[in-house]
Design a protein around this ligand. Sequence first.
Ligand SMILES: Nc1nc2c(c(=O)[nH]1)N[C@H]1C(S)=C(S)[C@@H](COP(=O)(O)O)O[C@H]1N2
Ligand SMILES: [Mo]
Length: 331
Amino acid sequence: MLIKSSQDGFYHPVASEITSQRVYTGRRDLIKLMASGVAGAALASWASREARAQTPRPGKLAALPHVKSDVAGAVTLEKLTDYKDASSYNNFYEFGTDKSDPARHAHTLKTSAWTVEIEGLVKKPARYALEDLLKLSAQEERIYRLRCVEGWSMVIPWVGYSLSELIKKVEPLGNAKYVEFVTLADPKTMPFVGSRVLDWPYVEGLRLDEAMHPLTLLSFGMYGELLPNQNGAPVRLVVPWKYGFKSAKSLVKIRFTDQQPATAWSKAAPNEYGFFSNVNPSVDHPRWSQASERRIGEDGLFAKKRKTLMFNGYETQVGQLYAGMDLKKLF
Ligand SMILES: Nc1nc2c(c(=O)[nH]1)N[C@H]1C(S)=C(S)[C@@H](COP(=O)(O)O)O[C@H]1N2
Ligand SMILES: [Mo]
């Protein structure tokens, strides 16, 4: 995957199978990769085309405007999850707690005339119409693994741009330390808002440095198209090194604070879901192990579970954010 770095303007390929050896961090590495021969380049584009062939698009949703989604030479080392699986096995509790509920019920979500409000400790609070938010920065396609705290994972080509692009525009004040993400809670269109499973609206939070990390994606689409409602249309977060629930769907408000936000899942069960919720195979959930995961689409009788990787495989990129922290206590 190629990520346009805001720091130096170069394209950084990041393999979707992200392990410490396989992360390409600089332009020189990219050149090295390309120079590694025709075979390498051919393999890379073959892998990307092959991944596409395995995931036929539904052709129902509009292609995302302004997207630079065709990433030449993308190195797809893991098979992409089929679009069908990624859009029919979801957690979106506003539409029900069963994995099949969101795909069945989220058609009622009204995504037109959507706005996202930026408030709190920022120099330039604003209310963005979705159209303006879409155009705020270049849309990029990034293949990220997303792992749910329940023990399953998917590999999805998301489309969006780094949340940091938006954050830089609104200029957080010096005392802003956290970012709170508030999602839509509309009882008229979301049948489960009103149930007592969670304290609505669904709220998530990141430390400002986590929110500013280039991997943190403000996402508008997947598989080259607009997000289906069940995946968090029209705009969601994707934070690939954290458990899936940190990736808040259908965002309506982004608030900068000096206090750690109270998040929906931490409020519901503070001993099970901490604020950080970094993917960590050595810190078990109180009721189950986090050491392995099941890849959606591979659940045949003989499909073996995969080992869960520290920070979901993104340790090289994000590990230093947590230097000196006791991740068993700050889970
Ligand atoms: N608003 C909202 N966002 C949410 C959730 C939710 O219930 N409501 N579920 C979270 C959980 S637990 C996961 S695993 C991911 C799932 O994203 P996906 O269905 O697109 O794979 O969304 C997260 N974002
Ligand atoms: Mo999840």
